[in-house]
Structure formats: structure tokens, C-alpha cells
Design a protein around this ligand. Structure first.
Ligand code: ASP
Length: 342
């Protein structure tokens, strides 16, 4: 007989738990116990739920790597006692956090589901209840008492996605996220429609490894026509800078100007990691397809393939924190570690 699943709800903050400040009218995070009082429906779910909250819940715009470590540490501490984890998080940086945690948690054999909402849970028209209840149900999915999902996911507005494939695209609609280059893993309708062939294999034999070392000496540069040598060279010269995510055009194309290629070449020679991702939301970087990307390939720029910018910057922080050797870095980055790229 299958026992009841045990789920740990981790509250970090976000609109889901916010209330209007009486004086300013602005939304701010409030106490978690009040949040749970607003959802008596949770008691009807066929699983045991325990909760833990950040001491001071935050708007996710103030999320940072120290707080990712805090989330990872809560999961580490409770890993053997629970069958699944639901992380309540603001939607603004949820894709960054889900991506970061996917790299930090290696050999996951249990689900970690990020969710939140566009309207506070106390609001009459809230999207929070559906998101939270279904996220908990998904985290409870098991076969022969073993979790079915062993990866970091994001659930929002009837869809479960691989977390490191998502990006927030809408500040207005309930349907706030897309997963441009990977299909949804579960669709919630009258029934939960699962697509298990798309799930990452659950690593049951290997032990969970938590990586807490993230290197923040990184930057994202978005290319635009007119970007100047004087501006770019200042960025490239930042002391201690170790990695750059370069958002290029289309299939990974960039200007052919000599100063630009020289700057990149010099930086790579001195040990800087430069990752090429596309500004387009759909599709992949294919260096060598056009003359405007062949040069990048030749000087050793790393291909981000179809990775999102959110996953690229967090993968960069993770790999730099792992002290991967210079020779190995490009190979590691161009390999899909947690299903984040082709
Ligand atoms: N500013 C909020 C946050 O990210 C928005 C949300 O929760 O949807 O914390």
C-alpha cells in the first residue's frame, strides 16, 4: 500500500504571500502563518504538508546567490524526511532561482517545484490557490512509493515546466512563463496529463550532492547595433571578471569589426569564459552557420546552444564555482548537465 507523501513547503516570499501596506499601498511580503490560514483547502490534500519559511520573506527582485544557498540548505537538511519540495517564490526571478537550484542540486531523486502567483493569495481573483494546490499534488506524484519526478521544475498557470528552461515573459497575465525550447512536462486540466518521456531520469542510485559555491564575477551583455568599443572594453577590463554571457543576434551572430573580435580574443586568452546565447527566445545558437558567427567559434567562444539567459548565467556561476579547469570548461558548459540545453 502506498503511504501518504510528505511535502515540505518552503516559503521565500513573492506576491503569493503579500498584502497591501496600509500607509503606502505597495505590496509587501507578510508572515507565513497568515498565508496558510488563507488556504484551508490544503488540509483536504492527500499528503502531509510541513512548512518552513525564510525568516524575512522577500520580493524576489531582491533574490541573490546567498538566498539560493539558503533554499538548497533547507532541502539538504530535510531531504531524507520528505518526498517532495514546493518552493513558494516571487515570479520576477523565479526562472533564475529554478535554474540555479537545478545546478546546485546534483543527482536529485525527488521533485523540487517552484511556484508563486501574479495576485496575492488573499485576493478574490487570485491565481495562487490553483498554482499552490496543483504544485503540491505534482510534488506528491509517486509510483511504488517513489517520486516520479527527480528534477527542479516550475509550475504556473496549468503547466509544469523544467525550471531551467523557463523565462518570465508577462507581467500582466496569469500565464507568466514560457519554456521556449522544451515542451511542458505536465499539463493540468480535468486530469493531470503527464509526459514522462520528457522527464529527466530520476537518479536513485547516486547520492544527492549540493553545490553551494557560486561565483558571481559574471556579467550579461546584450549586443545592440552601435555598441561601442569604449563601453565594451571597460566591461571586459573589470578586475576579477571571470565570465560573460553575450546575448547575440539570431543564430549567434555578432559584428565582424576588428576591435570587437580583438577584445574577445584577448579576453579568452587571458582566461575569461564567454558564452554565446541568442537574444531570440526561440531557437539555438549555431556558430559557423553565418560568417558573423564563424569568427566567434574560431576564437573559442562557448556555444550556449538553446539555453535561456537565466540558465546560462547561473550555469556560469555554478561552473566557475566548481573550479573547472580551463581546458574542460567549454566542454562542460556545452554539455547538458540538467537538461538545460540540447
Ligand atoms: N515582485 C514580485 C516578486 O517577484 C512579483 C511576483 O511575485 O509575482 O516577488
Amino acid at each position: 500500500m502506498q503511504s501518504k507523501a510528505k511535502i515540505l513547503l518552503i516559503y521565500t516570499g513573492g506576491t503569493i504571500g503579500m498584502m497591501k501596506d496600509f500607509e503606502t499601498g505597495a505590496l509587501k511580503a507578510f508572515n507565513f502563518s497568515k498565508l496558510l490560514q488563507k488556504i484551508p483547502e490544503l488540509k483536504q490534500l492527500d499528503c502531509d504538508i510541513e512548512t518552513v519559511s525564510f525568516d524575512a520573506p522577500i520580493d524576489s527582485s531582491t533574490m541573490n546567490p546567498e538566498k539560493w544557498v539558503e533554499i538548497a540548505s533547507i532541502i539538504e537538511k530535510n531531504y531524507t524526511d520528505f518526498d517532495g519540495f514546493v518552493v513558494l517564490h516571487g515570479s520576477d526571478t523565479m526562472s533564475y532561482s529554478a535554474s540555479a537550484l537545478s545546478f546546485m542540486l546534483e543527482n536529485l531523486s525527488k521533485p523540487v517545484i517552484f511556484t508563486g502567483s501574479q495576485l496575492p493569495i488573499g485576493d478574490l481573483r487570485t491565481d495562487a490557490k490553483e498554482n499552490l494546490i496543483t504544485a503540491i499534488q505534482i510534488a506528491s506524484l509517486r509510483e511504488h512509493n517513489k517520486p516520479v519526478i527527480g528534477e527542479v521544475c516550475l509550475y504556473f498557470e496549468y503547466k509544469l515546466y523544467r525550471g531551467n528552461r523557463t523565462t518570465k515573459i508577462n507581467a500582466e497575465n496569469f500565464n507568466a512563463f514560457i519554456s521556449p525550447n522544451y515542451p511542458m512536462l505536465i499539463e493540468s486540466g480535468v486530469n493531470l496529463k503527464t509526459f514522462p518521456e520528457l522527464f529527466l531520469p530520476v537518479s536513485r542510485e547516486k547520492k544527492l550532492q549540493i553545490h553551494k559555491n557560486l561565483d558571481t564575477n559574471v556579467v550579461i551583455i546584450k549586443m545592440f547595433p552601435g555598441i561601442s568599443e569604449s563601453v565594451l572594453s571597460v566591461i571586459f577590463d573589470i578586475p576579477k571578471l571571470k565570465g560573460i554571457v553575450l546575448e547575440t543576434y539570431g543564430a549567434g551572430n555578432a559584428p565582424l569589426e576588428e576591435w570587437f573580435l580583438y577584445l574577445l580574443k584577448k579576453a579568452i586568452k587571458s582566461g575569461l569564459q564567454i558564452v554565446n546565447v541568442t537574444q531570440c527566445s526561440i531557437g539555438s545558437v549555431t556558430m559557423g552557420k553565418y560568417e558573423t558567427s564563424t569568427a566567434l567559434k574560431e576564437i573559442g567562444v562557448i556555444s550556449g546552444k538553446d539555453i535561456t539567459t537565466e540558465a546560462a548565467i547561473t550555469k556560469l556561476m555554478y561552473l566557475l564555482g566548481q573550479n573547472v579547469s580551463q581546458d574542460n570548461f567549454k566542454i562542460q558548459f556545452e554539455t547538458s548537465l540538467r537538461g538545460e540545453m540540447l
